[in-house]
Design a protein around this ligand. Structure first.
Ligand code: ARG
Ligand code: ZN
Length: 863
């Protein structure tokens, strides 16, 4: 059997459902291998549908036990059933009920879609199309129903029973069983359905909404880990308050539950009133979580909570509109984190992530528009493009309209689409109608894949004191986009106070292919500072000299562009070599000023563009070894040149013994700077660095510092490294989430011995192919974070990842497909490496019985 390209579903072929389901009454009797689900569906023909159509319910690996229409068993010739569907050829043309009984085996559900067991906990994941693994249903986001769920279970096995909405009833049953009934008054699509049953501890609090609703908020975790849920609980409350203040959005149920489970394909899920999380994004203690973990927990808790409005109250008409909820909700969680932390520092982190994940996707074979027009497997479209570039589009909209019109547009969008399944057009219409602006051209951002280029040139006339700035854009030779470019002029003395009538609040909206802006009153030769705050997700083609970048680094008023100037200088040195003195000197002066004032910003200034970002800049024949070598050499040069200052930072930022750990941004910033200093010092002098890192490891009192020191040490081969790795592994043998960090760190060592090390770690008792976090930590970190070894010329790196994809596909196609996307940039590699990647992709493609998920990725990657 040869892998065929899986069939495509097209946006243009959208049709409303022929039937609607107004109410769903579920009765779920939990059992490890024989869970019984009775679904009572109240159906009716959709006035907008085809009045002669059959009723086709979706299913996926389902076993039908019984079926009745309006209480009467259906004769066998009235329906056709298979594991993947239930069809009634002549359904009633009036409202009717269907009672469907299915039997599930949650313990055998390794796909982690539908109802499954994570350890001993029963849980569900229904987005995008997992509900059809629970019962036969119209499993599409434009069918909205009111759900009542009765859950029954053994009292010892599952003392806690949670569902969507509000709890209405609970009680004891014979035979040590018990039940709980949950009712969700808000109509929702099936992908937002959830239930949980298990032995869980929790932490709880109450929150009173702006409307006066008293909400019981709880975070449920593995018993014994309650203390590690405190930060997540606090993040929920801060999210609830922020969404009221920033967007006027109150919570709308009496309870809000978050549950952490250890086996989960993605980060988390926004099920109505019952968010289910990968435990990695809930559990935190100073001993087990880093500052970055705390920040991620805060962001993802907020993200899922914010979906209650952007996703749940207003949902998506079809899966092509995924960015409508995801891009918007990422934008909202980014704004939340910016308000909780430092806006400038957070913006830099967002852009780094965009460049590391989305830019390569947009430049490779898996590129797609933010709103795709066709898909074979929707679960493969939960991408950086839909999420992160989707968020950038919303950010541009806010820049174009200004904060007040943006907020008015959001209010309009929520008001007009509440309880509806909306489209990107509905979203843009809301902003167009409040602002009177025509957003038709702007809408192209949703339709055009690829990263646009922005180029510029300046002409300065000292006599006339004018400067003409010409901007030009291009994307695949197509028509121009609407591009907000925040900009200003900077001179050696700082920002230039020049006059330009084309700017509004420092922003020029580029709508033509090319435009020239005239600045007047320019008293010295200016350097343009373009794309301040990264005002559009584009590549800026550099026409600045080293001296210009140094001016921006030292004098720009926009912190993002000061950071960007440092990145540009570093990129130039990594790509073309040359003396690093001027850059080092500028960084030194910046450190003197910024280290005491904003340590987090100073730390970012010290971190060079990653190897992947350097590769992004190169069109073809990418040689990861050369990039690695050049970057390493620059780090070493900076470490040596800045030694005194870095040592000073290290000493000055040492926390007094006994200082309690706090995850707040200020304390995290100081740790980040001190650890960045350690890392650069070690790059400059590995011998001394190893000793210094070992001492820091010894003295560390929290996971942030411990892992940073271990990470520095891990780059310096030798006995000290091996001893430290072994000690860390032993110390955290019973902490899977900490071992994940340890797996990841070893998997990213850029040395030829790493594939063998990974093979050894696969035999570690804590490693399991069935747990997505473990696989991501060990094999995912290698594939996405170790370019020199993953792309090795001997092919062992590609083989390691391909073997894992193949081993995983049968059990968990979603996880396998995601891992396979690591091959996305293979065509750009040096020939000797690209041929090995292609060979491996073809080998995967030839595997009989590939999942649709993997078949889709492999065929698109090879196309
Ligand atoms: N909606 C979830 C989020 O907050 C993502 C769930 C995706 N899951 C999946 N199996 N495709 O981003
Ligand atoms: Zn989301």
């Amino acid at each position: 059997m040869r892998t065929e390209t899986p069939p495509l579903i097209h946006l243009a072929e959208y049709r409303p459902s022929d039937f609607l389901i107004d109410r769903v009454d579920l009765d779920v009797r939990l059992h490890p291998s024989r869970t019984r689900v009775t679904a009572m569906l109240a159906l009716r023909p959709n006035p907008a549908g085809d009045p002669t159509a059959p009723l086709r319910l979706d299913g996926d690996e389902l076993a039908l036990v019984a079926l009745a229409l309006d209480g009467q068993p259906l004769p066998e010739d009235a329906y056709a059933v298979s594991p993947s569907g239930l069809v009634l050829s002549a359904p009633p043309r009036r409202p009717f009920t269907l009672a469907i009984v299915t039997e599930l085996d949650p313990g055998a559900n390794t796909k982690l879609m539908g109802l499954y067991r994570s350890g001993a906990v029963y849980c569900t994941q229904c987005e995008a199309d997992g509900f059809r693994r629970i019962t036969y249903f119209l499993d599409r986001p434009d069918v909205l129903s009111v759900y009542t769920t009765r859950i029954e279970a053994d009292r010892d096995e599952a003392p806690v029973l949670l569902g969507n909405g509000n709890p209405v009833e609970a009680g004891a049953l014979d035979g040590n069983r018990h039940y709980a009934v949950w009712h969700d008054p808000h109509p929702k699509p099936a992908y937002l359905f959830a239930l949980v049953g298990g032995r869980l501890g929790h932490v709880a609090t109450r929150f009173t909404t702006m409307e006066g609703r008293d909400v019981a908020v709880a975070v449920h975790v593995e018993p014994g880990k309650e203390a590690r849920a405190a930060y997540a609980l606090d993040a929920v409350v801060r999210s609830m308050r922020w969404d009221e203040e920033a967007f006027g959005r109150p919570y709308d149920l009496d309870v809000f539950n978050v549950v952490a489970v250890s086996d989960f394909n993605m980060g988390a899920m926004e099920n109505k009133g019952l968010n289910i999380f990968n435990d990695k994004y809930v559990l935190a203690s100073p001993e087990t979580a880093t500052d970055a973990d705390y920040a991620a927990i805060e962001a993802i808790i907020a993200h899922e909570y914010f979906h209650n409005w952007s996703g749940n109250r207003v949902t998506c008409r079809d899966w092509f509109q995924l960015c409508l909820k995801e891009g918007l909700t990422v934008f909202r969680d980014q704004e939340f984190s910016s308000d909780m932390r430092s806006r400038a520092v957070h913006r830099i982190a967002e852009v780094r992530q965009l460049r590391a994940r989305q830019f390569p996707e947009d430049a490779g074979p898996l590129r797609h528009p933010v709103r795709p027009t066709a898909y074979a497997e929707i679960n493969n479209f939960y991408t950086a493009t839909v999420y992160e570039k989707g968020a950038e589009i919303v950010r541009m909209l806010k820049t174009l309209l200004g904060p007040d019109a943006f907020r008015a547009g959001m209010d309009r969008y929520f008001a007009e689409n509440d309880g509806r399944a909306a489209t990107v057009e509905d979203f843009l219409d809301a902003f167009a109608s409040v602002s009177g602006r025509d957003l038709a051209a702007f809408a192209q951002w949703y339709a055009r894949p690829g990263t646009p280029r922005l180029a510029f040139r300046t002409a300065y006339d000292p006599a006339a004191r004018t400067c003409d700035l010409t901007l030009s854009q291009s994307l695949d030779g197509g028509p121009p986009l609407v591009m907000p470019v925040a900009l200003g002029l900077v001179g050696p003395g700082g920002a230039l106070d020049a006059d330009c009538p084309d700017l509004a609040d420092g922003v020029y909206v580029l709508t033509d292919r090319e435009a020239t802006l005239r600045f007047r009153g320019v008293t010295e030769r200016p350097v343009p500072s373009l794309l301040r705050g990264f005002s559009a997700p584009v590549r800026l083609d550099g026409a600045l000299t080293e001296a210009d970048h140094l001016v921006l680094l030292a004098r720009d008023t926009d912190p993002f562009n000061r950071w960007q100037a440092g990145q540009s200088l570093a990129l130039r040195l990594i790509r073309a070599g040359g003396p690093a003195e001027a850059f080092a000197e500028a960084l030194g002066l910046l450190l003197d000023a910024e280290a005491p004032r904003d340590p987090a910003f100073a730390a970012l200034m010290l971190s060079l563009p990653g190897e992947g970002e350097v590769a992004n800049e190169i069109e073809a024949e990418v040689d990861p070894d050369a990039i690695h070598g050049a970057r390493k050499a620059l780090r070493a040069a900076l470490g040596r040149a800045l030694r005194d200052r870095l040592e000073d930072i290290e000493a000055r930022l040492a926390e007094p013994v006994g200082t309690p750990y706090s995850p707040d941004a200020a304390a995290a910033g100081r740790r980040a700077l001190r650890n960045a200093a350690l890392d650069l010092l070690a790059a400059g002098d590995p011998q001394a660095g190893a000793a210094r890192a070992a001492a820091r490891l010894e003295a560390a009192t929290n996971m942030t510092d411990r892992l940073a020191a271990l990470g520095t040490l891990a780059l310096i081969p030798g006995d000290a490294r091996e001893a430290a790795l072994a000690a860390f592994g032993a110390r955290y043998a019973d902490e899977p989430l900490v071992l994940d960090k340890w797996f990841a760190l070893q998997a990213t060592i850029p040395e030829p011995g790493t594939p063998e090390r990974i093979e050894g770690l696969k035999r570690h008792p804590a490693y399991a192919l069935t747990n997505p976090n473990r696989v991501r930590a060990l094999v995912g970190s290698f594939a996405f974070g170790n370019p020199t070894q993953f792309t090795r010329e001997d092919g062992t790196g590609f083989a390691l990842v391909a073997d894992t994809v193949a081993a995983l596909d049968g059990a968990n196609p979603q996880a396998a497909a995601r891992l396979l996307t690591a091959f996305g940039s293979w065509r750009k590699l040096k020939k000797s490496r690209a041929v090995k990647a292609e060979e491996m992709l073809n080998r995967i493609k030839a595997i009989p019985g590939l999942s649709r998920d993997v078949a889709d990725i492999v065929t698109r990657t090879l196309a």
